[in-house]
Design a protein around this ligand. Structure first.
Ligand code: PLP
Length: 453
């Protein structure tokens, strides 16, 4: 369909308007978010890009269209979103998809049987599943490497390596890849470098400027920003990559509907404001957690304790709104917290207005085998927070009250030695019946490790 469209005579040229944007490159990010691709509707002046809820477009005569022919190939609402996204990532082209995984899949369609991909380990569980359960069946092989270690990535390069897939910061433990060094390395070997920029958003990080060939997004997250739409995007400045991925966008057909494009575009207009607020609150929450006695370790690139804090400062303009942490005492403590919060909603996903809490090991990263999760630090005590736009004092208060339940240890022992710890049942033989977790930690570790809770 898209090839046919190229052959059609295009009658879409509109008379120029005072609102047509020239020199887009000179505009600042926030201005681009509001204006690019979003010229007022030429027939009515409508300030919002209309939802072109149509599957097809009438031709004036055979071979003559107004730039649109069939909505899987092109739709004006989608075009507006794609123009805006390209501009925000400083790219030449953007293509949008029905989900982040559909976008990832479209990029993998660049490959052929026998090709090899290097993947930064600790990618989103669904991306891991896509690679391992779908693309391996087509003869594509994957090597997972610690992308924080440039030499390790270099050592994994094979003669048939065609793609380097990075996520930075990673989901869920916010590890960074040195995007500049790794994309330079990839270029030396003619390997296409891809960065999943979902966690940072283009407001805080622009991988194309750092040397990447392709950027991928789950627009479901920060870009749409309101937890009300699923979508994905691919951005590139390379003509050839664009043409091939565009071909697959149309040939495979996992495109977003016009209403989803409208919602995403509407969310993008406030991206800078939202990201600044997400970050401000995330840093405060991370600092609170770091000083809390029930918490063993906090992962947030904005903390000085993050091992790649300096790298984060050099390649990101901000640190994002996701915080991960490990609770002392493992899963049983994680459960207590996950089941206690009232403002943080227990749910998958991130990047919306409402703060969310999740247990990566059993939720977002459930598709990853247990041993692999352990190796990558996705332990049973790990918790991920998506910091939303509520008042940060309320967020900290919610965590404080919920964590207090972890500190107060209450065990009820029945005659059968079945105990319940803060509501979760297990069998044990504990002498203490209540107290502070710190006091009971040695007992807990010994007695609870064997429990199926
Ligand atoms: N990439 C990252 C980093 C993600 O966190 C997710 C989803 O959580 C995806 C890709 C997949 O996106 P979607 O759920 O929109 O398919």
């Amino acid at each position: 369909m898209s090839q046919d469209l190229n052959r059609c005579k295009n009658q879409s040229e509109q008379p120029s308007s005072r609102y047509d944007i020239e020199n887009v490159d000179e505009l600042k990010f926030a201005t681009r978010a509001v204006l690019v691709g979003q010229e007022p509707d030429p027939s009515t002046g409508a300030i919002s890009v209309p939802i072109y809820q149509t599957s097809t477009f009438l031709l004036e005569e055979l071979g003559v269209n107004k730039g649109y022919q069939y909505a899987r190939s092109h739709n004006p609402t989608r075009t507006a979103l794609e123009k805006c996204l390209a501009s925000l990532e400083n790219g030449k082209y953007a293509l949008t998809f029905s989900s982040g995984l559909a976008a990832a899949s479209a990029v993998l369609n660049l490959l052929s049987q026998g090709d090899h991909v290097i993947v930064g380990e600790d990618v989103y569980g669904g991306v891991y599943r896509l690679f391992e359960k779908v693309f391996t069946r087509y003869g594509i092989t994957f090597t997972y490497v610690n992308a924080a270690d440039v030499d390790a990535v270099g050592a994994a390069i094979l003669p048939n390596t065609k793609l380097l897939w990075l996520e930075s910061p990673t989901n869920p433990i916010l590890k960074l890849a040195d995007i500049r060094s790794l994309t330079r390395l990839a270029r030396q070997y003619a390997i296409v470098s891809v960065v999943d920029n979902t966690f940072a958003s283009p407001y805080f990080q622009r991988p194309l400027d750092l040397g990447a060939d392709v950027v991928v997004h789950s627009t479901t997250k920060y870009l749409s920003g309101h937890s009300d739409v699923i979508g994905g995007a691919v951005v590139t400045s390379c003509d050839q990559l664009y043409e091939t991925i565009k071909f697959h966008q149309n040939a495979v057909g996992a495109v977003p509907g016009p209403f989803d494009c409208f919602l995403t575009l509407r969310g993008i207009k406030t991206l800078p404001l939202r990201m600044r607020e997400h970050e401000r609150s995330a840093l405060a929450v991370a600092e609170f957690l770091e000083s809390h006695p029930a918490v063993e370790r906090v992962y947030y690139p904005g903390l000085e304790s993050h091992p790649q804090h300096e790298l984060a400062k050099s390649q990101m303009k901000g640190f994002g709104g996701v915080v991960a942490f490990v609770l002392k005492g493992g899963e049983i403590h994680a459960r207590t917290l996950l089941n206690s919060t009232r403002i943080f909603g227990l749910a998958e996903s991130l990047g919306g207005t409402r703060s969310l809490i999740c247990h990566p090991a059993s939720m977002t990263h459930a598709p990853v085998p247990y041993e692999v999760k352990q190796e990558r630090g996705i332990t049973d005590g790990l918790i991920r927070l998506s910091i939303g736009l509520e008042d940060v004092d309320d967020l900290i208060c919610d965590l404080e009250q919920s964590l207090e339940k972890n500190l107060q240890f209450e065990v009820n022992i029945t005659e059968e030695k079945t105990c319940s710890f803060n509501g979760s049942s297990f069998t044990a033989d504990l002498e203490h019946q209540s107290g502070r977790v710190d006091d009971l930690e040695p007992l807990l570790t010994e007695q609870l490790s064997a429990l199926a809770v």
